[in-house]
Design a protein around this ligand. Structure first.
Ligand SMILES: [Zn+2]
Length: 90
């Protein structure tokens, strides 16, 4: 009796809506009010790029949490959707 082994699959981790332990995550509007800027770093090729905060606010609104963009930023160098938000406070 032949038995096919079940292949091991990688199950993608589900997004957990876990409350943040401290404070509120910064929103796009909040970052702008503080004069902060945003950059994105690629987790694949380490490429970094500055982001246009005004353009992001125009597109997503002031209330979007900056970290919500993680995983939605396409790298201009390698094309992977692997960008991670970095807040530039200086
Ligand atoms: Zn990249």
């Amino acid at each position: 009796m032949a038995r096919t082994p079940s292949p091991r699959e990688i199950i993608p981790e589900r997004k957990r809506s876990k409350p943040q332990p401290r404070g509120k995550p910064p929103t796009l509007g909040g970052l702008k009010d503080y004069g902060h800027r945003l950059a994105a770093g690629c987790g694949e090729c380490q490429h970094t790029a500055k982001l246009d905060l005004d353009a992001l606010i125009g597109r997503f609104g002031r209330d979007l949490e900056a970290i919500a963009l993680n995983g939605h930023l396409r790298c201009q160098r390698c094309g992977k959707l692997n960008g991670r938000i970095q807040v530039l406070t200086a």
